[in-house]
Ligand binder design. Structure first.
Ligand code: PLP
Length: 456
């Protein structure tokens, strides 16, 4: 095994880490770990330090680490056939089986799945398919996509534009002109302290209507949203939000893209977040939970209405000019099949419902009354604690104080990993679905301790 100092030197000299403060990394100021192995909810670094990963990597290792069945399926596929492409109608048993398994689990109006590698490229595919669709229908002006501030949809040019977080735009010349943003459905951060949740929902709807009016409905193709805002702060929508938003979209013939990269395959306690909130999507984005991150694989699930037009479009225009070398990669597909089987066999979504609500309840009991905790919120196996300087005026700490990152670091030092969400002092939890109640207790107790250490 390589010595740690050798590895650290190679790391510093060669590795461009994503989403990283490069200068701090170069100066050795970041707490980072070289991870070696993992089992269920725990990971272990090269020095044998074991940590409870309460964020499941990047909320993706949903079935937990070290699953033999998935590793075996990957190995068997690699031996039998590591690769063949999916162009011009080709496939493998794994990719065809997985497409059926996905459609069997997806909402009823969904028709086909287009495979990619990451959530970003799946959303890129969605935008291209939407543009293609409107061109086929003879409405070339109807192209803009509405996204929400605080939404997260990826890091590409279009998807980084859809993402409504400043960090992902700043100095990258984003967002692109085809993307427009509307109000984040974030009740806790509403502008008016006296506004009820229902009034805030009405405000979000009015903002959307005003945006459509300003831009012109004939220029707007689609609206994209996560059922629960994820990276933007783990924020379930205010009451009645999705029902009201969908009404507006239908009225203006605007397609709905439901980004289920985080929520797909059980994170909210239902197979899809669409079920949870009664969403009728035209396109659904899937990634993370599709393989529980055992291999990179994503998908755009295309609804019946769009599919018919796309199919007809190829008779008029020839084969669809959109493909990735690794679309439906056999190893990814084999991982997906084994992962979805395991999800069923171990009844992990049921455990998720039980332990997820227990985690949210106990976190609220432990921290809900703390003077610097503004809100404990969550849904399914998602939980967030948002910190405030003052509860009554709902004023926030200065970002430079790094309250969220400090608490995450204190918790990390106590062998529990949570995520300091990128905008605001928010500690996010999204453990693997196999979390036990005892592990949930450990997460809550250590979080309360870390909060006490940093904020008193
Ligand atoms: N959409 C959502 C909702 C996400 O949370 C993410 C990643 O966290 C993405 C898209 C982008 O996925 P990827 O990082 O695989 O490109």
């Amino acid at each position: 095994m390589l010595r740690n100092d050798q590895l650290a030197e190679w790391d510093r000299d060669n590795f461009f880490h994503p989403s990283t403060h490069l200068a701090q990394f170069a100066r050795g100021e970041l707490t980072h770990r070289v991870i070696k192995t993992g089992t269920n909810c725990h990971i272990e670094d090269r020095d044998g330090n074991k940590m409870l990963d309460a964020f499941a990597g990047l909320y993706c290792v949903n079935v937990g680490y070290g699953r033999q069945d998935i590793a075996d399926a990957i190995a068997a596929q690699a031996k039998e056939l590591a690769y063949y492409h999916a162009y011009v109608g080709h496939g493998t048993e794994a990719s065809i089986t997985l497409s059926k398994m996905i459609l069997d689990r997806a909402p009823a109006n969904m028709s086909k799945v287009y495979f990619g590698q990451s959530g970003s490229d799946a959303n890129e595919t969605n935008v291209k398919l939407i543009w293609y669709y409107n061109n086929i229908l003879g409405r070339p002006e109807k192209k803009k996509i509405i996204s929400r501030w605080r939404g997260y949809h990826g890091s590409g040019l279009v998807t980084g534009s859809l993402t409504g977080l400043e960090l992902f735009h700043k100095k990258f010349d984003l967002p692109l002109a085809q993307v427009v943003h509307t109000e984040a459905p974030y009740y806790f951060r509403r502008a008016d302290l006296d506004q009820s949740e229902e009034q805030f929902t009405a405000h979000c709807v009015a903002e959307l209507e005003a945006l459509i009016e300003r831009e012109g409905a004939d220029t707007i193709a689609a609206f994209i949203g996560e059922p629960v805002l994820g990276t933007g702060g783990i924020v379930p929508p205010p009451v009645g939000y999705w029902t009201a938003i969908q009404k507006v979209l239908k009225k203006h013939d605007i397609l709905l893209v439901v980004d289920e990269v985080v929520t797909g395959f059980g994170r909210l306690g239902t197979m899809f977040g669409s079920e949870h909130y009664g969403l009728e999507a035209d396109l659904i984005t899937i990634a993370k939970g599709l393989t529980s991150a055992y291999a990179p694989l994503s998908g755009s699930i295309v609804g019946e209405k769009m599919w018919k037009v796309l199919e007809q479009g190829t008779d008029e225009n020839g084969p669809i000019g959109h493909g990735w070398t690794y679309s439906a990669h056999p190893i990814g597909a084999a991982a997906g099949v084994a992962n979805l089987k395991l999800l069923d066999e171990l009844d992990l979504i049921a455990n998720n419902r039980d332990v997820g609500s227990y985690l949210n309840k106990t976190m609220t009991e432990a921290l809900g009354d703390h003077a610097n905790v503004g809100e404990v919120r969550g849904e399914g196996m998602l939980c967030a604690v948002e910190f405030v300087k003052d509860r009554d005026s709902r004023s926030f700490f200065d970002a430079a104080d790094k309250v969220g990152p400090q608490i995450a670091a204190a918790l990390g030092a106590d062998a529990v990993i949570a995520r300091a969400m990128p905008q605001g002092d928010i500690l996010g939890f999204a453990p693997p679905f196999c979390l036990t109640r005892a592990e949930a207790d450990e997460v809550v107790q250590k979080t309360a301790k870390a909060v006490k250490t940093v904020l008193g």
